[in-house]
Design a protein around this ligand. Sequence first.
Ligand SMILES: *[C@@H]1O[C@H](CO)[C@@H](O)[C@H](O)[C@H]1NC(C)=O
Ligand SMILES: *[C@@H]1O[C@H](CO)[C@@H](O)[C@H](O)[C@H]1NC(C)=O
Ligand SMILES: *[C@@H]1O[C@H](CO)[C@@H](O)[C@H](O)[C@H]1NC(C)=O
Ligand SMILES: *[C@@H]1O[C@H](CO)[C@@H](O)[C@H](O)[C@H]1NC(C)=O
Ligand SMILES: *[C@@H]1O[C@H](CO)[C@@H](O)[C@H](O)[C@H]1NC(C)=O
Ligand SMILES: *[C@@H]1O[C@H](CO)[C@@H](O)[C@H](O)[C@H]1NC(C)=O
Ligand SMILES: *[C@@H]1O[C@H](CO)[C@@H](O)[C@H](O)[C@H]1NC(C)=O
Ligand SMILES: *[C@@H]1O[C@H](CO)[C@@H](O)[C@H](O)[C@H]1NC(C)=O
Length: 455
Amino acid sequence: MWRVIFFFLVIVDSLVLGQLCTNDTEYQCKCKQWTDGESHLPVDVVDCSGLKIDTFPNIIEEYINYLSLSVNNIEVLDPKEQKLSSTDLNILILSYNKIHSISDEFFLNVNNLRELDLSYNYITTLGDGNIFQNLNQLTRLDLSYNSIKTLPDTVFGTLVNIRYLNMSYNAIGNFLTSSKDVLTQKLGISVNITHLSLNGLNITDLPSGYFDNFTNMKYLSLSDNAFTNIPAVPYSIEYLDISGNNITYISARYLNYHSLKVLKLNRMPSLTNIHHYAFYNLFNLEELSISDCPNVNNFSYLAFDVASKNTNLHPKYLSLARNGLTTLNESYKYFFNNMDKVDLRHNPWKCDCDILWLMEFESILYQSHEIKCYAPDDIKYKSLIDLKENDLVECHPEIYGKKSHRILIVILVSTVIVLCGLIFYLMKYPQSWLGTNHVVGPNSPYNLASTSEHI
Ligand SMILES: *[C@@H]1O[C@H](CO)[C@@H](O)[C@H](O)[C@H]1NC(C)=O
Ligand SMILES: *[C@@H]1O[C@H](CO)[C@@H](O)[C@H](O)[C@H]1NC(C)=O
Ligand SMILES: *[C@@H]1O[C@H](CO)[C@@H](O)[C@H](O)[C@H]1NC(C)=O
Ligand SMILES: *[C@@H]1O[C@H](CO)[C@@H](O)[C@H](O)[C@H]1NC(C)=O
Ligand SMILES: *[C@@H]1O[C@H](CO)[C@@H](O)[C@H](O)[C@H]1NC(C)=O
Ligand SMILES: *[C@@H]1O[C@H](CO)[C@@H](O)[C@H](O)[C@H]1NC(C)=O
Ligand SMILES: *[C@@H]1O[C@H](CO)[C@@H](O)[C@H](O)[C@H]1NC(C)=O
Ligand SMILES: *[C@@H]1O[C@H](CO)[C@@H](O)[C@H](O)[C@H]1NC(C)=O
């Protein structure tokens, strides 16, 4: 929750904190005192990012709580060269350096460290496994974007309070999937961990039962791997990101998580099929995102069961942006009525009467003007929201009448015109048609009286 905490941090004052902060040292860090939004305690923050520092500073003043050395050129963390010793240091950010070597003793004397960010460095391994031995207060550890290929046994075993662990974008995929108990028995990751990120590790499959013991896991990110199916994840999961994998279909068989709130299935050209009832078991789903999947070209009206009947599901946010969808069944309006935001942009929508129902949901459609017709040709690239009655006349029988009625009217009108013409002709040239000889009159051979006389 550090992100949240920092969101509430209020800048109180800028004060000179000493060595790292005075102008007359080699460092010109930004030094501030903040008030922690939750505890209301002052937090001494020293930001030494982007100062081209190439060795870890020799003295870190005792009272510093938060130290960022991000975006510098530090290569080695070794107490023989620079000692790190502080009981007040809670957060240490070392991301975006050139760290390739960390001594086992370096973190021995920062017992109250709660957050350690080593992302974006050149780390290949972590010593002999004692590197974190005194960090039993550590809750967050970020090792992402390094070159870690393997890790020593029980390296995380002393981190009894770890909740957030990020090992994304390393070369550690094969190591991590070599047996089902690598995370627990071999590396000693606490089963109380809540957030785990294993993105970009080229993992194709997990040994069965891999996450069995992580009964507190809430957040799991497995994006940018090579999974061909959604793997089995802890039942307690609330956030799951499987984007950027090689999944071809989505089925309820792999999605039976009753606490899941957020599901991300983005960036998958391989995805073609979303089965009926795929999301049927996700009773707590609040957010579903299936975007940048160009081969998803229909979104089953039964993906969540029959929308009009399903009262168990209450998604609040849906993204189907940048797929290959041409239409969306009107039954989704039962969901849309209760949703906060729907993103349908950049699909090749076919604008016909079946899709016009979307227009009544303009208020929840994200950037609604970007929802454009791709067909038919005469309204291509026009925003669905901007369509006028005369763009799709057949959808407005109340104004233009039904097509069958319009044809009938045309036929009737032409018949009337022809008849009028005929009548006019007859009135103007009555004799030319009947002929003078045929006029019935007293002298005519057709005279009824004269014929009756002959009888
Ligand atoms: C330190 O340097 C900054 C600018 O680099 C200046 O604004 C500030 O007054 C200096 N502080 C002291 C105490 O010299
Ligand atoms: C590592 O994962 C955590 C979530 O567990 C996330 O907050 C953090 O931003 C990730 N680090 C990087 C560098 O993306
Ligand atoms: C889960 O915990 C049990 C008991 O500690 C252990 O025997 C088993 O190997 C663990 N499973 C995994 C996948 O780590
Ligand atoms: C996990 O948390 C429970 C209680 O919250 C605690 O009893 C248990 O010792 C913890 N396990 C580990 C491995 O830290
Ligand atoms: C991913 O793993 C496959 C084998 O499973 C391998 O052929 C491929 O080179 C790996 N890709 C990367 C980027 O490591
Ligand atoms: C994805 O899976 C298919 C087989 O299902 C395979 O042919 C293809 O090479 C895989 N692509 C990647 C990027 O792993
Ligand atoms: C789209 O519909 C076709 C045929 O109705 C079906 O074969 C295909 O799997 C569907 N695709 C998706 C993404 O549901
Ligand atoms: C749209 O959904 C209804 C059920 O609400 C269904 O009867 C109909 O077949 C669906 N239309 C298409 C084109 O899938």
